[in-house]
Design a protein around this ligand. Structure first.
Ligand SMILES: [Zn+2]
Length: 660
């Protein structure tokens, strides 16, 4: 029996490191282990300090066997479709008005959100093929992991839609031909339904599948963990342990830096003990350098095996309240958001503090330019804006307590946006069929079921599509937009890239759908769907032009001064540059100041990473790219609320091309 161990959590908390350490440790106790990353922004190779790709690769261990894979969703989908393409085409031809040509055209298109759709199926295929008893999975950051785990139900719903498409064909065959013989199409429907059911059973069986939630001892991570673990519990997936990574060791006397950090972390650990009472909690120490390679992973594995006693909650020490808000403009503001900029995308590995940086930048910008209306928009399905701003947030644009009045904030709710559109199309579909039934079409009932089920299906890539449309809505006056600048707190790297690539993919889909609608306009009419598609096409083209304009758009990469975030940042900058989007100054967050021996050692390790980042920037400057860097100091407690964020922003240090 294969056992699956998932490691999940906010990005950047060290999920990958913990998953790799657990896999190494299981292998060296004599097990046969497959270690898989399903995060589209893979760091497994970085953690193992090896090159890892879509084919299982042997990792040398002292005992047992360990193979590592970074899953490639596009390739996995292509393989899956391979032998099934014919059956899919047959079903679509039988169940819709589409012909061969239309269907091939649709099957050729690339699909956003395919990572989640194919992830679990591919995972099981890999595990089955090599016959590994232990599978350790490094998942994507929270929001997309929850989508991944919901996929078994989506797969079954796809099976149900296909079954209804088949029903009409079966009915016709039985009533006209006098008999029905099941064929490859029926086999495919059964296969999909069984796959969905098997995956659902697997995820819900604590003997075969467990989940470790990884977080850093930070308030934001705790709040996300609370929501995430609750969502998994609700979905019937067993969260068997909590891993707290990068815990500060006891402080040295007289060092203000680590004393403050240690005290804040004790408060948070006490809160973790209360929140997750009854679940084992493992503590992994903060190492001077981020653990990479086998011997470092073995040390992490030892921490993971040790049971830890958590501190009890202590009386909250009153915080020193500052009364005077900082004056003047922070010097970095003009480099991040010069006049003319309309879209600021704040991106990076999860957990590097993207949300705090985006919020601090938006607040500083609003304070500096009272005439500009600023929207701070979170498109990460695992939102942290409310936690950072210390105010309730939702899908409405809301004022931020303590921030200038020209700032609004919103946490995009893609599910809600889908529901609204769904209602609209459901009505349109009903009207259309009511109009058609007045004629005498005997197979109308089948078609109606099929189309209604298609409308019900939540397509993958939903978050990215609605995020893109929300940005356009906020900026273009035609659809009521009233903002001069939108600051986007994006999802972690892999999904942020999906968002940036979305306009091109979505336009291909829209063109294909419009072509089909035009071809069948006599049968189904053009209606509201066609006009919505035309509007969406216009919006997506506007977004494409905006993204490609360096005067109006820039992406601000955020990183921490540690090895894994640095490697991911380099890949992010390269990928964004390839997409033709301007990259603004690089923000290095949570920089530690030298102090006691420990702090000084950690600061020195950070400086080595920062030197590598400077070299990267120098190479980019040689190619005429923007190369300024901004250093944001670490703070204990972490800045939350508009006033604290504004003060924190004033402490950022700009290192410009000319001063570097
Ligand atoms: Zn210290």
């Amino acid at each position: 029996m294969t056992r699956y161990r998932f490691f999940g959590g906010k990005g950047g908390v060290g999920k990958t490191t913990c998953a790799a350490a657990a896999a190494v440790s299981a292998a060296e106790r004599g097990r046969d282990v497959l270690l898989v990353s399903t995060d589209p922004a893979h760091s497994l190779g970085d953690a193992l300090a090896l090159r890892v790709g879509p084919r299982p690769r042997r990792v040398p261990t002292a005992r047992g066997t360990l193979q590592a894979v970074e899953l490639d969703a596009e390739r996995a989908l292509e393989r899956w479709l391979g032998t099934r393409r014919r059956a899919l085409r047959t079903i679509a031809e039988r169940g819709t008005y589409l012909d061969h040509e239309d269907i091939d055209q649709l099957l050729e298109l690339s699909m956003p959100g395919v990572d989640e759709l194919i992830g679990l199926i591919e995972l099981r295929r890999l595990a089955r093929r090599a016959g590994h008893p232990d599978v350790v999975v490094d998942t994507a950051p929270t929001g997309h992991t929850l989508r991944l785990l919901a996929m078994p139900d989506t797969v079954r719903r796809v099976a149900s839609v296909l079954a209804h498409m088949q029903a009409k064909h079966r009915f016709l065959a039985e009533s006209l031909g006098g008999g029905y013989r099941p064929d490859v199409a029926d086999t495919l429907v059964d296969e999909l339904d069984a796959e969905g059911r098997t995956l659902r059973e697997l995820l819900g069986d604590p003997a075969r599948c467990t989940f470790a939630w990884v977080l850093r001892p930070e308030m934001l991570a705790l709040e996300e963990a609370r929501d995430g673990v609750a969502a998994l519990d609700k979905a019937g997936i067993a969260v068997s342990e909590i891993v707290v990574n990068a815990v500060t060791p006891p402080p040295s006397r007289g060092c203000p830096g680590c004393t403050a950090r240690h005290h804040e972390e004790r408060e948070i650990l006490a809160a973790i003990a209360v929140t997750f009472a009854g679940r084992p909690v493992r503590l992994v120490r903060a190492y001077d350098r981020e653990p990479r390679g086998m011997s470092a992973l073995r040390r992490v594995a030892r921490d993971l095996r040790r049971a830890s006693a958590l501190p009890r909650r202590r009386r909250q020490r009153p915080r020193a309240a500052r009364t005077r808000p900082p004056r003047g403009l922070p010097p970095w503001l003009d480099v991040v958001a010069p006049a003319g900029v309309r879209l600021l995308l704040v991106g990076g590995k999860g957990g590097v503090g993207k949300t705090s940086v985006a919020a601090a930048a938006a607040i500083a910008l609003a304070a500096a330019t009272p005439a500009r209306r600023i929207l701070l928009l979170s498109t990460d399905p695992a939102h942290s804006l409310a936690d950072v701003l210390l105010a309730p947030m939702d899908d409405e644009e809301r004022a931020v307590p303590g921030a200038p009045d020209n700032l609004r904030a919103r946490e995009l709710d893609a599910e809600r946006a889908l529901l609204v559109r769904r209602e609209r199309y459901r009505e349109a579909v009903d009207e259309l069929f009511n109009a058609l039934t007045r004629g005498s079409r005997f197979d109308i009932a089948f078609d109606r079921t099929v189309i209604q089920e298609l409308v019900e299906l939540a397509p993958p890539g939903l978050d990215e599509l609605f995020a893109a449309l929300a940005v356009v809505e906020a900026l273009t006056s035609a659809s009521g937009g009233v903002y001069d600048v939108v600051v986007v707190d994006t999802a972690p790297t892999g999904h942020a890239l999906r968002l940036l690539a979305l306009p091109a993919t979505a336009l291909q889909w829209i063109h294909a759908l419009l072509a089909i609608l035009l071809k069948y306009r006599k049968l189904v009419g053009l209606g509201e769907l066609a006009s919505d598609l035309l509007t969406a096409a216009r919006d997506l083209k506007a977004l494409q032009a905006l993204l490609a304009d360096p005067g109006r758009t820039r992406l601000i990469p955020v990183t921490r001064a540690a090895e894994l975030p640095r490697l991911e940042t380099e890949r992010l900058i390269a990928a964004v540059t390839r997409l033709g989007i301007d990259v603004g100054p690089l923000v290095v967050n949570a920089v530690i100041a030298p102090g006691c021996a420990t702090c000084t050692r950690r600061a020195r390790a950070e400086r080595r990473v920062i030197d590598d980042l400077r070299r990267l920037q120098r190479r980019r400057r040689a190619r005429h790219a923007r190369s300024a860097m901004i250093f944001a100091p670490t703070m204990s407690p972490a800045p939350r609320g508009a006033t604290a964020l504004r003060e924190w922003g004033h402490g950022w240090r700009l290192e410009d091309d000319r001063t570097a």
